[in-house]
Design a protein around this ligand. Structure first.
Ligand code: GLN
Length: 471
């Protein structure tokens, strides 16, 4: 096992190892590090699938035999899918999410279900009903969230790749904290069918891997139109791995960066990595242009108003009757209240209450409607940025990974850690976090690249070139 999908695959083809051995090694590794709490469940069929893949080792398809972890809010037929919530602790879906059926069809091996913040609400992996995920390299620190287990599993070498979901940064932020790649595609490029909804207009399934080629391979395998998701793009599946457009390269790039006053909250260590990266790219010939994404003071409020409003509606189905664990069998309002009070954790309840409030008739105009207007301003702002620049470079997070418990009693401070990630979801554009350096303690720091809507392939190609210049 080499920790790289392409190398492991070559070794299988040349007879040095087998997929069966690789899966067993990954599982051994996960079990030996169970205190990290990266997985909520391991797939009993993984070893059987690997044996079948070994039988066709001479004619492998693009992602055949890849060992992949799945965030536990993506439905897997016959395999428990909990959203890391007490509410769904016994939920076994009767169908696969589109991404899962596409992965299976192409020979991917689903290794298990990854831990996460409850219902994908969080930035630290601490709100899981099944216990927090530990940082894969620095025990006692948070791995980021909400796709905490997916990021930790990839960084720890427990799998080749992982799927997560990104509503306001939940793929990019934990990727940055764990030192791996985390890609959130344009809204609609990957079907959301079977992704348990948090905030439907912001949710996107995203991909984690330790190298960009693996991100591309997985993206190409799961993207594309889906009749089960009407918000899914009509564009054909991406072809980012084999169809590299060599006419675009970093020498002649114009990269947008935020003006100084929008970077004030940046910690010194992130700032240092950010500045060094810009210097290296300038030396390589890139041109930088200061352009601001409008309404910076409104990014976080807009996100938290829209996300909580949509969440309050999406989570209404968990009433102990249609979905979710039932606490009290008396069919009355008490049963619903009791089930929801018992099944949802504190953060989820906080979001539902906030969402219900901003949608209530007296406050709708003041909050929800205003947030929709701010969303339009941000979308238009990005359009103007990408008329003037090829890409935008931003920090992924304002700080390096923090200690467990450091922000969990202060929701506002936790929410501010999403400052640089939420605008991409608000605008629906593609964004990726790439490993860009470390602080003095050795904690990973990631930076983020964004591109205009539906230029996902271009973003992946350029990220590969840019990352090779700074490593
Ligand atoms: N940290 C953000 C939140 O708690 C983002 C979550 C996400 O992207 N799923 O809402």
């Amino acid at each position: 096992m080499t920790n790289s999908y392409s190398k492991d695959r070559e070794n299988v083809i040349s007879g040095i190892t087998t997929f069966d051995t690789i899966v067993q090694q990954h599982i051994g590794n996960i079990n030996a590090n169970s205190s990290m709490n990266a997985f909520l469940l391991l797939n009993d069929n993984a070893i059987q699938s690997s044996k079948e893949t070994d039988k066709r080792a001479c004619s492998l398809s693009s992602i055949d035999g890849i060992n992949i972890a799945i965030k536990d809010n993506i439905s897997t037929k016959g395999i428990r899918t909990t959203c890391a919530s007490k509410m769904l602790q016994d939920f076994i879906p009767v169908y696969d999410a589109t991404v899962i059926s596409r992965l299976k069809q192409k020979g991917a091996i689903i290794l298990g279900k990854a831990n996460m913040d409850e219902f994908a609400m969080g930035s630290s992996g601490e709100t899981s009903y099944f216990g927090a995920t530990d940082h894969p390299l620095f025990s006692g620190y948070v791995p980021g969230g909400s796709s905490s287990g997916s990021a930790a599993a990839v960084a720890a070498g427990f799998c080749h790749a992982a799927l997560g979901s990104d509503t306001g940064g939940s793929v990019r932020q934990p990727a940055a904290f764990c030192g791996v790649y985390g890609f959130k595609p344009s809204y609609g490029r990957i079907s959301r069918y079977g992704l348990i909804a948090f905030a439907s207009s912001l949710d996107q399934i995203g991909i984690f891997a330790r190298d960009i080629d693996t991100v591309s391979l997985v993206f190409d395998s799961i993207s594309g139109e889906d009749e089960y998701d009407s918000t899914c793009s009509r564009l054909s599946p991406s072809d980012s791995f084999s169809n590299v457009d060599n006419s675009i390269d970093y020498h002649s790039l114009t990269i947008a960066i935020l003006p100084e006053n929008e970077l004030l909250g940046l910690s010194q260590d992130v700032r240092k990595v950010y500045d060094t990266t810009i210097q290296s790219l300038k030396k390589a010939g890139c041109t930088f242009k200061e352009l601001s994404i409008p309404a910076s003071s409104a990014w976080i409020p807009t996100y938290y108003i829209l996300a909580t409003a949509e969440a309050s509606s999406n989570l209404a189905r968990y009433d102990g009757v249609r979905y979710g664990a039932r606490v009290n069998n008396d069919i009355s309002q008490d049963m619903t209240t009791a089930s929801r009070s018992d099944g949802f954790g504190k953060e989820v309840q906080r979001r539902i209450m906030l969402g219900t409030y901003v949608l209530s008739s007296g406050y709708y105009e003041a909050y929800y409607k205003k947030a929709q207007k701010a969303r339009r301003v941000i979308v238009n702002g990005y359009k103007s940025i990408f008329d003037q620049a090829d890409l935008m470079l931003l920090p992924t997070t304002p700080t390096a990974p923090f200690k467990r418990g450091e922000k969990s009693s202060n929701p506002l401070e936790m929410y501010l850690s999403d400052y640089f990630t939420v605008s991409a979801n608000i605008a629906g554009i593609p964004a990726i976090s790439f490993p860009a350096g470390y602080n003095d303690q050795g904690l990973p720091i990631g930076l983020q690249l964004q591109a205009t809507f539906n230029q996902d392939e271009k973003l992946l190609h350029l990220t590969k070139q840019i990352a090779s210049l700074i490593v």
